[in-house]
Design a protein around this ligand. Sequence first.
Ligand SMILES: Nc1ncnc2c1ncn2[C@@H]1O[C@H](COP(=O)(O)OP(=O)(O)OP(=O)(O)O)[C@@H](O)[C@H]1O
Length: 241
Amino acid sequence: MEPVLTVEDLSVRISGLHILQGVSFAVAPTGVTVLLGRNGVGKTTTLRAIVGLTPPAGEVRGTIRMGAQNLLAQRTHRLVRGGLGYVPEDRCVFAGLTVAENLRLAERRGTSPAYDKVFALFPELDRRGRQRAGSLSGGQQQMLAIGRVLLNDNRLLLVDEPTKGLAPKVVTEVAEVLERVAKSVPVLLVEQNLAVVRRLARDAVVLAAGKVAWTGDARELLLETALTKSLLGVGSAEVSH
Ligand SMILES: Nc1ncnc2c1ncn2[C@@H]1O[C@H](COP(=O)(O)OP(=O)(O)OP(=O)(O)O)[C@@H](O)[C@H]1O
């Protein structure tokens, strides 16, 4: 099967730092591909480069293809309209607006937003439509950030550390939702929680020192305790089974 996204020789420099130094990998057209690596290795920088959000002072080189398109030459709003969904690490919900208003802002002109699909996945967003997003819990804000992206059709979702800072029960809820979402759209996921990785991901790409250090089956990686420890600095024995 053709990958949904192919990254070739991606190089990103920001403020004199050569953060990504020739990163190449492919994202499978179904399921979850996880992007792993120690803190500060460039996972968020990779997602931001794909969606055209490298800071203006940064320099991006290489090729990022979705189908026949090279994404590198395109502006973020065009990429999003073309079916690239992005859920950033900081969630970026509008705290002063209600849940319903946050969702309405994500609607695209000329398309019919899939409220039924979003409310089926997240009934709470329907119930809490009039609540200010800033007063939602971290988990509820994450649901809103994901739900907002799912209002539109996507060819690929980029999701950055969706379980970060959440209580264990909420981590499980977010993982369940992503598992269901990934049945209909491929996901490139940055995730540090290895239990979540084990549950969701089929393929893994591991970054180290600005390059891809390992690619392959995510569960196989997690079974290799020594390898996981050397690549990620944590033992897969720490994954709850
Ligand atoms: N706008 C920027 N200006 C300067 N340095 C930056 C900028 N963005 C990222 N960096 C640096 O690039 C490196 C990679 O950052 P990035 O956020 O991509 O890592 P990460 O793998 O996502 O880390 P984490 O797991 O901690 O979220 C870090 O050293 C970071 O400080």
